[in-house]
Design a protein around this ligand. Structure first.
Ligand code: SF4
Ligand code: SF4
Length: 407
């Protein structure tokens, strides 16, 4: 991993053309110069020249970023702003004392406690079938402000139950995959794992369960590289050597697992990252037929490398709905939504309004955090659950509504 000081040339390459402003979701929501890469580079230039030093305020501005990479993809000077911000935040951690909020947000205990509590809530919710009550009290919950909206957000995570494999052909297993359960899918959306295994039942893959930790994406995004290395090393030792794939069912996890080789820079990490594949890599060539004629839109997660829209368009018996900004950031982005809740909600709401305008019945995506972001946006619009599109994990949709067609 390059040090912050080694990015001097990259920062100098910024011509201040301002093109990144037109694509930055945080700039569009705040109109703050500090939100966009151009503004952040001005400040970081000051640090490199010795006119400024790392401070809580500067870290606050660096954190005003969802890590969507839109500026990188659009920059005529080809600057990878995300990597520069991470390297700068790493230097901040080495030179400054952490604030209480940073300590809490950086605590793995806090992160796991939130996930476990959410998982318990969703399990109890499923057990007592509370969905009818939520539908009746939706308007009241919205009037309660943040606590009511939080309940509605958890309600949106309950999802469907996937039936066990129905027609599993006895295919000989030729490959071994370690299924990397992303935290959200492990604790809150276990139906995603069932769905993935159902879709891949005839692929000759044997799934081995390993007790992986979180991929570490929030530490990486926050520049807390020491904690990131610890968690990455734990995952490498849990994985061992006896596997053909690490299979990730979430675009953000997949992207983060691929970074292990850059940050740890050893053979084991290289092997792990090279063998990491996404579910999309395995099912991309399959042809699916939907049993329901639905109007389907797509949200492409910022870290999704596969042509998700192309794949969904190819599902038979659905109507693909083109939506404005379908590949724009959902605004959730992990701890960003905790540090900048108002900005996060504003970005999510703008996305949600596009999907409502499009007339889609359902929005499909591959990242559980994006599902939260989109649901957050729909809640912010105040439009009732029955009058807005449903948001669903693509794999759950394929397992629930589609059959595979041999081509
Ligand atoms: S698009 Fe690139 S070169 Fe232009 S202002 Fe933004 S970071 Fe600088
Ligand atoms: S990564 Fe996304 S949110 Fe961050 S500065 Fe670039 S465009 Fe803005």
């Amino acid at each position: 991993m390059k040090k912050f000081s080694e990015y001097k040339e990259d920062i100098y390459k910024c011509s201040r053309c301002g093109l990144c402003q037109s694509v930055c979701p945080v700039y569009r929501a705040t109109l703050s110069e500090c939100a966009v890469s151009k503004g952040k580079f001005n400040m970081l230039n000051g640090v490199l020249n010795g006119d400024l030093s790392f401070s809580k305020q500067l870290k606050k501005y660096l954190d005003m970023c969802t890590g969507c990479n839109a500026c990188k993809n659009f920059c005529p000077s080809d600057i990878d702003a995300g990597k520069i911000f991470v390297a700068a935040k790493y230097d901040y951690y080495k030179t400054c004392k952490l604030s209480l909020i940073d300590k809490i947000l950086n605590s793995y205990f806090f992160f796991k406690a939130i996930l476990l509590l959410s998982g318990v809530f969703v399990s109890l919710y499923r057990f007592f079938c509370v969905d009818k009550l939520v539908a009746v009290f939706e308007k009241i919950l919205l009037r309660l402000g943040k606590p009511g909206k939080m309940l509605l957000l958890l309600h949106s995570q309950v999802g469907v139950k996937i039936k066990k494999n129905d027609s599993c052909n006895k295919i000989e297993t030729t490959k071994t995959a370690l299924y990397f359960y992303g935290c959200f899918n492990k604790y809150i959306n276990p139906q995603t794992q069932s769905a993935v295994k159902k879709i891949l039942r005839n692929c000759g893959i044997k799934f081995l369960k390993k007790n992986f930790e979180c991929c570490g994406v929030s530490y990486l995004a926050d520049g807390n590289i020491e904690e990131f290395k610890k968690i990455a090393n734990k995952n490498l030792s849990v994985a061992g050597n006896d596997f053909d794939y690490i299979l990730a069912d979430c675009a953000s996890c997949m992207d983060t697992l691929k970074v292990y080789s850059d940050i740890l820079d050893n053979e084991k990490a290289k092997n792990f990252s090279q063998k990491t594949v996404s579910v999309m890599d395995l099912i991309g060539e399959m042809q699916f037929v939907s049993s329901k004629k639905l109007k389907v839109a797509v949200h492409v997660p910022c870290h999704e490398e596969f042509d998700l829209a192309g794949f969904v368009k190819n599902i038979k018996n659905i109507e693909y709905i083109v939506t404005d900004d379908f590949d724009g950031c959902c605004g959730f982005s992990g701890t960003f939504s905790l540090k900048y809740p108002d900005v996060s909600e504003k970005i999510s709401k703008s996305k949600a309004l596009n999907y409502i305008k499009s007339g889609a019945d359902i929005v499909l995506t591959t990242c559980p955090a994006c599902i939260l972001g989109l649901e957050q946006g729909f809640i912010e619009t105040g439009i009732s659950i029955k009058n807005r599109p449903a948001v669903m994990n693509l794999f759950v949709f394929l397992a629930q509504y589609c059959s595979q067609e041999n081509i």
